[in-house]
Every structure is written in structure tokens, then in C-alpha cells.
Design a protein around this ligand. Sequence first.
Ligand code: 5RP
Ligand code: CO
Length: 215
Amino acid sequence: MIAPSILNINNLNLEKDIQTAVNAGIKRFHIDIMDGHFVANLSFGPQLVSDFKKTFPTSEAEIHLMSNNPDDLVPAFTKAGAQIMLLHYEAMTEEKLNYWLDYLKENHVKAGVVLNPDTPVSVLSKFISKIDQILLMTVFPGFGGQKFIPESLSRIKEASRLVKGKVPIEVDGGINGQIAKKAKDAGAEIFVAGSYLFCQNSVEKQIAELRGILQ
Ligand SMILES: O=C(CO)[C@H](O)[C@H](O)COP(=O)(O)O
Ligand SMILES: [Co+2]
């Protein structure tokens, strides 16, 4: 599955570019939430998610929460209409992470754990039984348009051995056609791509190209 990241879309073109992706058959969008604290950048708030759900009711909103303020933001984005929420292991204590994963389950929001490129993959074993998805960062979070970290391929293989097909592995950061193919061969099943899809000449052409490579 391809889950386009809307982070690097010109904000004044969000509706147009998302509609183009929907017309091309995209079912899920990856919405990067950056709080200016856990990461140095700022991006979207809950209103963007509720506006997204009003305009694109049949598209899935996947929230990549880059914030160490889950107490305010997990409920806020749940209320805004998030359908999948991915929480960073590094952003809170394991106790808090367990608490918010349980909260998401109770609120019928699919839940996942995100790991930065320098967090041991082995920590996932504590959460596999209670999550719907894993997100492995293949760049350090904070900005779109960065270069894929090559060592990520062995991390994908390690995660794949650990989850044994029970939970899908998603990858995020610097994904293009060539890299997506390598990540797929290593065991990734969901591919976030931002600048590769939205910062070239044609969104349709880029989606078709990535889909063709992943088939
Ligand atoms: O989480 C992110 C950055 O922190 C983004 O999802 C990611 O960087 C996507 O953008 P690109 O495909 O341009 O790397
Ligand atoms: Co992301």
C-alpha cells in the first residue's frame, strides 16, 4: 500500500493534490503532525484532519504524531477523525505509550508504534500483541525531502523477523521508486512517500510509477 505524506504539498494546493491522488486510487493519507518540540518543525493541527475527513470522507487519515504531548494531542486528533494513529516510542515513557495505545483501541482508532532510526528494533517485541502497525523511520523525523538512511534496510529485515507477518511494517522518509523496491524486498508493506509524489511535475505520473515498481 502507498500512503502519501501530505507534508510537502504546497499548503494552498492541498485539496487539489489530495483529490488527484484520490482519483488515482489512493485510499490512505499520511498526515505528519510536528509540534516544534519533539521535532524542530511545525506542521498541521487537528483542524486539518477534521477538514480532510469532511472533504474526503472515504479516505483514511493516518496520523504520524511527532510530539511529546500525547495527553493533549491523542484525544484531540482522535476527536478530529484520525483512523490510524502512530506514536513515537521516544516521545513518552513505556507506561504512557501503553496507556495511549489502549486508549486508541477503546476509541476504535488503529494504533501503531514509530521508531526513530537509532532506536533498537527489539523494543517492538513489547508492543506487537497490541498494535495494528509498525512505522520504521528511514530518516530522522522533522522534515520532508531528506535522504533515505541505507542502514534502514537491515532494520526492516530485523523487524520483519520479529513480527513474523503479524503486523504490517510501514516505512517513512526518503522513499522513491528504487528505494521502495528494496524496502519491499526487506519486508516493508506500507510505503509513505511525500516529496517523491508531490514535488515533481505530475502527481498522477509519480503514483503510477511507484505503483508499477511495487507490483
Ligand atoms: O515523517 C516525515 C518526516 O518526519 C514524513 O512523513 C516524511 O519525511 C515524508 O516525506 P519524504 O517522502 O519527502 O521524505
Ligand atoms: Co511521517
